[in-house]
Design a protein. Sequence first.
Length: 254
Amino acid sequence: MPDLRNALRGFLLLDLFVRLLVWTGALGLSIGAFNALDLWPKESIVGAGFGLAWFWAKRAGWCILFFNVFYVAELVVLRLLVPTPKEGRYPITGRRPSRQLVWSGLLGALAKARYEAPFPGFLVFHIANLPPMCWLMGPIFGPKSRSCYATDPRILDPQGVQLGRNVVIGFNATVAAHYQERDALTIKRTIIEDDVVIGGHAVVYGGVHIHEGAIIGAGAIVLPNTVVGANEFWGGVPAKKIRDLPALDEVQAT
């Protein structure tokens, strides 16, 4: 097995560059917009009374909102520039990595920039999941989803994950569209259908297909290429079928 340190260092360097690019770009655009719209207070905040201090705080809040909107918009634009990796198994032991792994690494850096946005990007989750930006983030950045969340689930490969309607993903759960072996990385789409519940801290690997109405218990680990049937409850490490659940239309009829 070759030494992978250089490859990992290369990814860290790429991640650093992407984060710095998105952060400085959003900061520059938000400051430029404020200048163009003449939104900065005319009086200095130094020695200001409560009224002027509150006015400064409100304008700072607007500037932070501008930053978050531009931050999400940059993620969408950068995603358009990166090809979507093709499904398949790709060796990681060669001298030159497959282009599909390069694209996957670039998209991974963008996903990290989305889920680990630096200050003042604490509204990135909200902006990305509310109209009008959600209409761009879903189809372009991913995941393709007809659901909304109170907390941002960790979707490691948003371009390869498809989520149906009314999907609930618990706190700190992780959904991927890949899995790694000792000498290769496999990219495979993950599909989660309507009305699925994934408990907190659960992990769903690439190639998994969870059919409608199923529940994945908290802390469960769903192994690659697993098929979870409709209205089934799975749990454990690794996750296994525990029992069947009544269909939702049966529950609503009672």
